[in-house]
Design a protein around this ligand. Sequence first.
Ligand code: F6P
Length: 573
Amino acid sequence: MASSGVHMHQVWRKLKTHASDVISNLHLAQLLQDEQRCTAFRATLNDLVYDYARQRATPETLSLLIEFADASELGAKIDRMFQGEKINLTEDRAVLHVALRAPRDPTIWPASVRLPEQAVSEVHDVLAQIERFSERIRKGREWVGATGKPLTDVVSIGIGGSYLGPEFVYEALRTDHKAAEAARGRRLRFLANVDPTDVHRALDGLNPETTLVVVVSKTFTTAETMLNARTLKRWLMDALGESAVAKHMVAVSTNTEAVKAFGIDPQEGMFRFWDWVGGRFSVCSAVGLVPLSLQYGFGIMREFLAGAHEIDWHFATERDWRKNIPVLMGLFGVWNASFLGYSTRALLPYAQALLRFAPHIQQVDMESNGKGVDIHGEALIDPTATGVVDFGEPGTNGQHSFYQLMHQGRVIPADFVGFRRSQTPIVLEGEPVSNHDELMSNFFAQPDALAIGKTREELVAEGVPEALLNHKIFPGNRPSSSMLFDCLDARTVGRLLALYEHRAAVEGFLWNLNSFDQWGVELGKVLAKRIRNELARRRQAEGKPAAGQAATDHHWNASTRFLLDAYFTPSTG
Ligand code: F6P
């Protein structure tokens, strides 16, 4: 074991002891009384305030976590990522999504985190291509549909990383005044699931004559995406003839040959990206930029990229970890999961427009860090405690759903995200506060309810009847962080995205695993292929004499065989 590995294990043990001997005896109600600690446990970046005073931690905890970050060589790992080293070892790839939003001039970066010039230059070439293309379509004159009509509607086909991020950004900006203005008269739909009902929903009310289909797939082999792409190709061709494909379908991919084989001309209708962009980290590539620029215009998307870059810069250059917000987020992520034993966490934006934020971050985190071995394929430092189950909903909706469990059931560390101003303010005459203030009252109240709770003594003093006392106790001591921004505009959407992308990277660096591969999704795909062949065989045999029906039965266990038989048995109900 390398000496840094030994050191890492030593600090790990210190943190374990600290958690069991010190932190387990402290309650957040007490810790929040300490003004000095509250003042120290916050970081700011322009209008962004990140307050972590409600983490179950003391200044000593933070010092130990920073010691752990250093023992894990966090700084060097961040440097290697930015420099374009192939840190995704199992796929022999660099991890350079930060290059997707970097300014063209690489010399702005300090040498230790300078991005590869070639990558940045190629990114800017594709950005220019997207800008030209989106303007031509949006103007409705230079690139029109097969019957001469402007292409006002877009269906973006893709799944996983080729869908969740773009949809999160689309929803987040849909009610931003400037973005909504720019999107006037346009529609953007997403088609992800291979469930034919998703096709039906995505196409509902659309006219092939005015629809552009963007097929988004890094590999251009993903079964769901390719079947959906063939389905929409058929929809277009049935309505407009075969030649319509050239005007009505474009592709975003790294696989030029497969795009060509599908029938899209790579010269005219393909936007490339690179193997150094992981699927779940691809929102800022053509994956997000093509559909989103068509909807909101390239200018808005430029602001989004600038927001993400602002966080990249802070992440790469702020080496006082106490001030580096994504690093703090990652440190507390690991602290809560590995040392306090909380295997779930909630992302709770107090903004309805962020309704698809948690599902996106769920993929970013769980596909990145849900791993069983370390970066070299060896046992993890703590095999029971990597990866966290992420979920979330906008507040206040979540309060009327799963918060009950968070207050009195299991402990689920939470991130609260709030805004000083609403995207769409409403002030009602006669109301004591604006509608946004009402929302934000909850943003401020919930973290304290979780942290401080309510004691039996307080309930007795309030005159609560004895029979209800136990039911009304709130144990408190439930950790959270609070993040406050000015408003949810394109720049802030970019900042939010980058903060959480980097949190996942920091956690992976600390756990010493590879956050950038995803071998765990392969087995299911292979088995589905075998089952698909079996379904095809059985469909072919349908209505024919039973000879050979069970020819492949030995492939399946008794349960799968039973379920397959049940699927093919007509219901009598
Ligand atoms: O779910 C596995 C996965 O490979 C994701 O990592 C990826 O984002 C998604 O499938 C879609 O892949 P592609 O963009 O190649 O279609």
